[in-house]
Ligand binder design. Structure first.
Ligand code: NAG
Ligand code: NAG
Ligand code: NAG
Ligand code: NAG
Ligand code: NAG
Ligand code: NAG
Ligand code: NAG
Ligand code: NAG
Ligand code: NAG
Ligand code: NAG
Length: 652
């Protein structure tokens, strides 16, 4: 008895919360008895850790000190000096994938209503990002490079004032007092790190200092930013943390804060949970004879079991693949996750193979697994290299590719699961529920921004090759997930593409044009059953446009509930993007500007979008297509690498 107690004491040190608080300073060594207001995924674990997010859901999590703090000298309105110190840890599920970080926040409200997850860090949203009326000061520990917010890299610390474009940012590093120089620090390395944030109101200097856990406080801060916070902050403000990462658990172990004083040291912090598989339970002591008989019996069945299992779960792994091990999933795990690739878990079937829904056993993460049959070994190395490089793409409007697995004659691609299915289901064949114009316009802008990222903002130019409604998955829309039917790519292929077989950014723009018309008209690019004048969507819209009746093309399901100017813009832009001459099609950056309304769409007639010219070109293009139908798009691309078309957009 006493031995057991001793063991418990050794392994579970008693945490004595030393929480002291008055209006201007507090110290939490662990959060067991803390006064925090939590929302979203934020929780206090049983051993006193503050967990802002967990890996199973991507949602915001906030934790704020419940009591508002008086940040300003009431007699002259200038912000008082303050200092805060905390220990936190970012624990990604899959290294090196998984990202977004967390932020320390000073905000006028407890919680940040309306804020978005992922790249928005749970701080802002599309509409209020950058607005001075936010009155928000944040220090972000960001592990993702979002080009839309001009991030410097995927491991940086920045000071954000009212918006996500940091006023100042540096790659995460700490000054090592012994060596006398800066050392790099990986933020999401699953280990605790210390952060000090100090503001000196005399010289208006905001310092941010980082260091690994149990390292002496560096004498030189990482960031030292000169700014008068009196211009941003209100008289009383709340302090706290925000996080909304993808597949990452975010923890705060302890936190101290002080106005007009130095934040206190922390001690006896709670421990982070062990990462990785749980320890095997101990085998109980049973009589030796029983064990020996059982073990003989077991031995035989284990051998038989392993032989079967080895065959059932066999994978292909070659020497050149060893670099990609972090992105590899074990076949066995995928098999278990999809309940043995049961038909019940089937999400859809397409030219490239079947897609299954699954739940990873030890983390409860929902995934979608695409099984692509791949007979030839030729080009496999390039193929896998491409998957891995695509796994590094990160954009709000691209569904993350988490990794892959390879077996004989088969390749499995693993994606994050999007619960609401693909866009085409909400557009065609008497949908149970349609999208209103606002939602459609948001989806269009999202896909445009994802495509701009692929074409112009990533380190290499990525041509998608298969833009279509069934490759756009939806978030945040109430509807049961159902089987998706991946439609053929007929009608999205640029005329020059069918001639040369070469995919370019310009053929992507063509497909995007077809997609725009599809979303606005609620019709597929080609309806083989329709009459000959209306069978090809582009021709039909073009003829309506030339008669000055372009709005006649609008999806009847929308009724009259749409913004006329936006619909007209989308339809005309669709025609322009789908111009038969590639040099006339706009680039994605221009398209995004047209959609945002920052630049007006030029007059189509002046660009030579003449019906007669186009009509001819399209007929030619579609005759090519008709003759090549029913050969699938897969054979069309064979020989070239085609993995990029497995990228899927989200309409969030
Ligand atoms: C309140 O905070 C101040 C400044 O840190 C400290 O000196 C004082 O002792 C605290 N008062 C109480 C009652 O805890
Ligand atoms: C993640 O958070 C949700 C909501 O707070 C909770 O129900 C779930 O148990 C958490 N998952 C894990 C693995 O902690
Ligand atoms: C926690 O904060 C609330 C105000 O939001 C206050 O009423 C309460 O007394 C505080 N509790 C402690 C233990 O400080
Ligand atoms: C507030 O400002 C007044 C006037 O400048 C000054 O006398 C006072 O000491 C300040 N109070 C604090 C707490 O800094
Ligand atoms: C307010 O008072 C403080 C303390 O006396 C001083 O440091 C600060 O400069 C004053 N601010 C303004 C705007 O006068
Ligand atoms: C913060 O201050 C501004 C003016 O300085 C005011 O308009 C706004 O309502 C304040 N916000 C809150 C939440 O008090
Ligand atoms: C954005 O956030 C603001 C402030 O929190 C909120 O009022 C607004 O409704 C949000 N906008 C959207 C589109 O969610
Ligand atoms: C900033 O937000 C305020 C209040 O939410 C709004 O009235 C104003 O138009 C916004 N300004 C910009 C530039 O978005
Ligand atoms: C530290 O990080 C910077 C920027 O990420 C990089 O350029 C530099 O090579 C790194 N230094 C070391 C020693 O790893
Ligand atoms: C902030 O950093 C600067 C050096 O960049 C230092 O001189 C100053 O004392 C620091 N201020 C605080 C409050 O730590």
């Amino acid at each position: 008895m006493s031995v057991i107690n001793l063991v418990l004491l050794l392994f579970f040190p008693v945490i004595i919360p030393l929480a002291s608080s008055n209006s201007s300073s507090f110290t939490y060594n662990g959060f067991k008895s803390s006064n925090l207001t939590l929302d979203g995924l934020a929780q206090i674990t049983s051993n006193g850790l503050l967990r802002l997010s967990n890996v199973t859901k991507q949602q915001t999590g906030h934790a704020f000190y419940s009591i508002p703090l008086n940040f300003k000298n009431s007699s002259n309105g200038s912000v008082l000096s303050f200092s805060t110190y905390f220990v936190c840890a970012l624990v990604p599920e899959f290294q090196p994938l998984g990202g977004h970080g967390m932020a320390f926040v000073i905000a006028p409200t407890r919680g940040l209503p309306g804020s978005l997850p992922s790249t928005y860090l749970g701080l802002f949203n599309d509409s209020n990002n950058g607005n001075f009326s936010n009155h928000v000061v944040a220090v972000e520990l960001d592990t993702l490079k979002s080009t839309e917010f001009q991030d410097i890299n995927d491991n940086h610390v920045g000071i954000d004032i009212n918006g996500l474009v940091s006023k100042v940012a540096k790659p995460a590093a700490y000054y090592d007092n012994r060596i006398g120089s800066f050392q790099n620090l990986t933020l999401n390395n699953r280990r605790p790190m210390q952060v000090w944030i100090e503001y000196d109101s005399i010289v208006n200097l905001l310092n941010v200092t980082l260091a690994p856990f149990q390292v002496e406080k560096p004498s030189v801060p990482l960031l030292s930013f000169s700014y008068d916070l009196s211009l941003v902050m209100n008289q009383t403000m709340y302090v706290g943390f925000s996080a909304a990462p993808l597949l990452t658990s975010t923890y705060v172990l302890g936190w101290s804060f002080s106005i007009n004083g130095k934040a206190q040291e922390l001690s006896q912090l709670p421990k982070l949970p062990r990462f990785g598989p749980k320890k095997q339970p101990k085998i109980l002591t049973i009589g030796l004879p029983v064990i020996s008989i059982l073990s003989l019996f077991l031995g035989v069945s284990i051998v038989a079991y392993h032989v079967r299992r080895k065959w059932k779960y066999s994978e292909l792994l070659e020497g050149w693949e060893l670099d990609y091990v972090p992105q590899r999933f074990r076949y066995k795990d995928l098999y278990v996750a999809t309940k043995g690739f049961k038909d019940k878990e089937l999400l859809g079937t397409g030219g490239f193979g079947k897609v299954y829904r699954g739940v990873m056993a030890n983390s409860n993460i929902q995934i979608a697994v695409k099984r692509v049959s791949h007979e030839s070994r030729q080009g496999m190395k390039e193929f896998v290299a491409e998957i891995v490089s695509i796994g590094r793409l990160r954009h709000r409007n691209l569904v993350p590719l988490l990794g892959y697995c390879r077996r004989k004659g088969e390749l499995l691609l693993v994606y994050e699961y999007m619960p609401n299915g693909s866009l085409d289901k909400f557009l065609h064949d008497q949908p149970k529920c349609t999208l209103n114009w606002d939602q459609r316009f948001r989806v269009i802008k999202g896909v445009a921004s994802g495509l701009l990222y692929l074409h112009e903002e990533w380190e290499q130019v990525v041509v998608h090759r298969d833009i279509k409604a069934s490759n756009v998955l939806l978030y945040d829309h109430g509807s049961d997930p159902q089987t998706t039917h991946v439609v053929g790519t007929l009608g999205y292929l640029a005329p020059e593409h069918t001639r040369t077989g070469k995919a370019t950014t310009s053929t992507d723009v063509y497909a995007f044009g077809a997609f725009l018309l599809e979303v606005a008209c609620g019709r597929r690019p080609v309806e083989p059953r329709a009459s000959s004048e209306t069978a090809v969507l582009i021709e039909w819209v073009l003829s309506l446009w030339s008669r000055g009746e372009i709005l006649g093309a609008v999806d009847l399901n929308l009724g009259s509930d749409y913004v006329k100017e936006e619909v007209e813009l989308v339809l005309k832009l669709g025609l322009l993007c789908s111009h038969s001459r590639p040099e006339i099609r706009p680039r994605m950056r221009q398209i995004v500007m047209y959609l945002e309304g920052t630049v007006a769409l030029p007059d189509l007639a002046s660009l030579g979008v003449l019906e007669s010219e186009l009509h001819f070109a399209y007929s030619e293009g579609f005759d090519d297509l008709r003759s090549s139908y029913p050969s699938s798009s897969q054979t069309m691309f064979s020989g070239s690498s085609y993995i990029t078309n497995s990228l899927i957009f989200t309409g969030r």
